[in-house]
Design a protein around this ligand. Structure first.
Ligand SMILES: Cc1ncc(COP(=O)(O)O)c(C=O)c1O
Length: 395
């Protein structure tokens, strides 16, 4: 669609998603749905209610990491029996809420948490399903901030301690051990780390069987990378069928927790050039979008293509594309060859995942609006903050 025309009625910056692309990505997982697979969208990637509602309506479950995310998915019409709850720091009230909702399973990340869930379930006279997140200690080639499966990461239980923790869990009366879980990182572009992890997890399951603990599901987490630039990514069909075939001899349920690969390439951030600033050293394009709306470039050194909506006859130049926020880290792209003029529109690509959800009100900037293109129509799915909303909770 014509972004210029759309933008004549909308205030920049704004997020714009494509419903068709999201559906395509969902379908590429859901076409592999059998009684042995469950796909749980990882809500942290993009938690807009309308998007969650779309995802729930197509039969997906959810992976949540907070009471807030659980509250959202329940509002969006999720089937609670398809919800897994991950995260290293679940509070008692969060555990209670999850038990009240009747979720499928807790992905447990420490021994302390096992006891907390057991106590809460016992108080509520129910039994909680648990799966233990095991850290298989595999390296993935991704940014260190999104690698989670190494010994030094805070996530999961070290592989060497897993058997002992399972044995302890099996003694707790209000827990029902159902699974083994791992999640080794995000933006992963090769299958090998998954296969290495599965090897370790399979031998753990064999050890557990010997001790009389039988496992009914393996959760392989999320992490599938998308193409931001020129990465070779893992084909989704290949990924799912390889994992399914690796585990077919176990006759077990397999859970997947994709986030980025469902929504990442389905969203853009539309922004307008406010100023062009030249110095001896550099040329800057100063946009009306900033790190407050999209923090991935400074946070993860993430690359997002930035394209001008109208390539004008302006001279092509190398620009650092920056925002108005008072931080030197406030950049959206560095050294980008572009021909643009003041007040031209630019598009920052592939921001559907970890885009809006990581936005903030830093510098008292209103969070931007979100729109989705559905059947050729532009629908607002979140309005921009007003200044009074930003101040509302302050005394
Ligand atoms: C436990 C867990 N599952 C799933 C995901 C989703 O990962 P991705 O968006 O890379 O698919 C994450 C993200 O970090 C996670 O921490």
């Amino acid at each position: 669609m014509d972004i210029d025309e759309i933008s004549s009625n909308l205030e920049t910056p704004y997020y714009l998603y494509s419903e068709n692309l999201i559906k395509e990505n969902i379908n590429s997982y859901m076409k592999h749905a059998t009684k042995h697979t469950l796909f749980c969208y990882s809500v942290k990637a993009n938690s807009n209610l309308s998007i969650l509602k779309l995802i729930a309506s197509m039969g997906m479950g959810f992976d949540v990491v907070s009471k807030g995310e659980l509250y959202r998915v329940m509002k969006a019409g999720a089937d609670s029996k398809k919800i897994v709850y991950s995260g290293v720091g679940k509070r008692k009230d969060e555990i209670k809420f999850a038990l009240e909702c009747g979720i499928l399973c807790f992905n447990v990340e420490s021994e302390g948490e096992l006891h907390a869930i057991n106590e809460q379930a016992s108080l509520m006279e129910c039994v909680a399903n648990v799966s233990i997140r095991v850290n298989p200690d595999v390296a993935v080639e991704t940014h260190p901030y999104i690698s989670t499966g190494l010994k030094e990461n805070k996530f999961g239980i070290p592989y060497k301690d897993a058997l002992e923790i399972y044995l302890k869990a099996s003694q707790l009366k209000s827990l029902n051990i159902t699974g083994v879980d791992f999640h080794i990182g995000s933006q992963i572009t090769t299958i090998e780390p998954y296969l290495d992890s599965l090897k370790s997890i399979k031998s753990l399951i064999a050890e557990l069987e010997k001790k009389g603990i039988s496992i009914s599901h393996i959760d392989v987490g999320g992490g599938l990378g998308i193409k931001y630039q020129d990465e070779n990514i893992i084909n989704k069909d290949f990924f799912i069928s390889t994992i399914v075939s690796e585990l077919k001899d176990l006759n077990i349920m397999i859970l997947f927790e994709p986030g980025r690969s469902i929504v990442g390439d389905c969203g853009i951030l539309v922004s307008r050039v406010q100023y062009v600033k030249e110095s001896d050293e550099k040329s800057f394009l100063i946009l009306d979008a900033s790190m407050s709306e999209l923090i991935r470039p400074p946070l993860y050194n993430a690359h997002h293509n930035i394209t001008a909506v109208h390539r004008t006859d302006a001279v092509k130049k190398n620009y650092d594309v920056v925002g108005p926020v008072c931080e030197s880290a406030d950049f959206l792209g560095k050294n980008r060859l572009m021909n643009v003029n003041v007040s031209d529109l630019v598009i920052i690509e592939d921001v559907g995942a970890y885009g809006f959800v990581l936005s903030s009100n830093y510098n008292t900037r209103p969070k931007p609006a979100e729109y989705i293109i559905s059947n050729g129509n532009i629908n607002e799915i979140r309005s921009a903050d007003t200044l009074d909303q930003i101040l509302a909770n302050e005394l």
